[in-house]
Design a protein around this ligand. Structure first.
Ligand code: AMP
Ligand code: ZN
Length: 465
């Protein structure tokens, strides 16, 4: 297995700390809102990573946090706590918000056929762990107290900038938020481990600590959970590229200060999903959720297929046109797979041949797009009998998780979203984009909605089961 390591900035052979076993930590959601489909792209990439390692025979343990405290709107120490913001927005308590959006997140994972992490823990359930880590860092001079808060002193970290590969001046420009705003810090990039009085005003969740009643910083939560559940030596840590600085940079600084040695060997980062405004984000207009795509008639696995067709380290641009293309290709692929006859006996030589090729693709830094082409190669191989084709595709689907052999589940579309699709088809026709118009008609039919082109316009009927 070869992976791109953000730490070394190159593709490297993957060698776990303990042969045959892999420990992975993946940053989880901040549960103050729905996950947008950009966030979900990151979780799909991590799912493919876990399943690839399992396919190659490793025993994988994956841990993930649910952030329900301490994550500021700025990713640094400025702004408002995202959870408090969510609670205010909806007139609910922080724990109601956390429970609601955690459930929504778990639903999304299930719909996208993402395997549940082995360990999934709430940040707020582990306050004692963070306190114990902070105490040790204070004792050893990595942290300091100022105005009742506890900060990590980045000048004490060994090579603080190694993950981002950028120096302070460059990062100051990149992170445009007012890094100087917190006047209690010694260095602009020192970050909060524990906050009390100075950040207290709007904070709803708070706990007792040796430094007064307060709450932990966001970064210490991931270090705390990872060290507690996965031990002192981590193999892989993942997240989206926006996590490289400051979040993962700070995780390394504090974990290595606490442990006294190197912590994690491989850092893997997924590139962003973009929309027409650039990086998709929750503050950037309406949130594009998986449920919204479903209301518009797209099966969640169409979105998974869309993501698998591009490499996780490349920016992916979202548009309904490209999603329609993916939907069309996915439905066709499923039909072809389901039409494979159940004839012949398993041909071990052919299995070995294609399995090898599939492994080569996925173990080459998760090249899912070329792994998908192996599925098409199997389908069109006239020397391969039906039984062997089905066997291979079912096996590949352990990683792809596209339910290729399962019958399509119909989605309940709302009247509004059907009319919206009809309108989109009309526009596509007007622009002489007949391929897209047909793709929309086919996608609707797949969901049991048949369009009728009449003299007075387009109407629709529900197809009887
Ligand atoms: P958050 O809930 O904001 O903490 O983000 C959850 C995960 O989604 C993190 O790993 C982020 O790096 C990732 N992420 C945020 N925005 C995007 C995006 N537009 N595309 C892909 N991943 C993203
Ligand atoms: Zn994290």
């Amino acid at each position: 297995m070869q992976v791109y390591n953000t730490l070394s900035k190159q593709i490297e052979p993957f060698i776990p700390n303990v042969p045959g076993k892999v420990k992975i930590y993946t940053c989880g959601p901040t549960v103050y809102h729905y996950a947008h489909i950009g966030n979900l792209r990151s979780y799909i990439f991590e799912d493919v990573l876990v399943k690839t390692l399992e396919y190659l025979g490793y025993e994988v343990t994956r841990a993930m946090n649910i952030t329900d405290v301490g994550h500021m709107t700025s990713d640094g120490d400025t702004g408002e706590d995202k959870m408090s913001k969510g609670a205010k927005r909806e007139g609910k308590t922080v724990s109601e918000i956390a429970d609601f959006y955690t459930d929504a997140f778990l639903d999304d994972l299930q719909k996208l056929h993402i395997k549940m992490p082995d360990i999934l823990e709430k940040a707020s359930d582990h306050i004692d762990i963070y306190i114990q880590m902070i105490e040790k860092m204070l004792e050893e001079g990595y942290a300091y107290q100022a105005a009742g808060n506890v900060y990590f002193d980045i000048s004490k970290a060994k090579d603080y900038y190694k993950l981002s590969g950028k120096q302070q001046e460059e990062l100051m420009i990149a992170v445009r938020e007012s890094v100087h705003e917190d006047t209690f810090k010694r260095n602009p990039f020192d970050f909060g481990l524990w906050f009390t009085s100075s950040k207290f005003e709007n904070q709803i969740m708070k706990w007792d600590s040796p430094w007064g009643v307060g709450y932990p910083g966001w970064h210490i939560e991931c270090s705390g959970l990872a060290c507690h559940y996965l031990g002192e030596n981590l193999d892989i840590h993942c997240g989206g590229v926006d996590n490289i600085f400051p979040h993962h940079t700070n995780e390394i600084a504090q974990s290595e200060a606490y442990l006294g040695h190197k912590w994690c060997n491989y850092w893997m980062h997924g590139e962003h999903l973009h929309d027409k405004n650039g990086k998709m984000s929750k503050s950037n207009g309406d949130i594009l959720t998986l449920s919204l795509l479903q209301e518009k008639g797209y099966s969640p696995l169409v979105y998974r297929y869309f993501c698998l067709n591009s490499h996780y380290r490349k920016t992916l641009s979202f548009s309904y046109e490209s999603l329609d293309g993916a939907s069309n290709a996915y439905q066709k692929l499923k039909k072809r797979v389901q039409a494979i006859p159940k004839d012949g006996e398993l041909d071990q030589d052919i299995v070995l041949f294609y399995d090898e090729r599939f492994k080569n693709c996925i173990s080459n830094d998760l090249n899912t797009a070329s792994a998908l082409t192996i599925v098409y190669d199997v389908l069109k191989d006239s020397n391969c009998n039906g039984m062997t084709k089905r066997y291979l595709i079912e096996k590949f689907d352990q990683v792809l998780s596209l339910a290729l052999l399962e019958e399509e589940q119909k989605i309940q579309m709302t009247e509004d979203s059907i009319l919206e699709m009809i309108q989109k088809r009309k526009e596509a026709k007007k622009n002489k984009n007949y391929q897209e118009a047909d793709a929309i008609r086919d996608a609707l039919l797949q969901q049991g909605i048949r369009l009728i082109d009449g003299r007075d316009g387009v109407s629709y009927e529900k197809v009887k089961e």
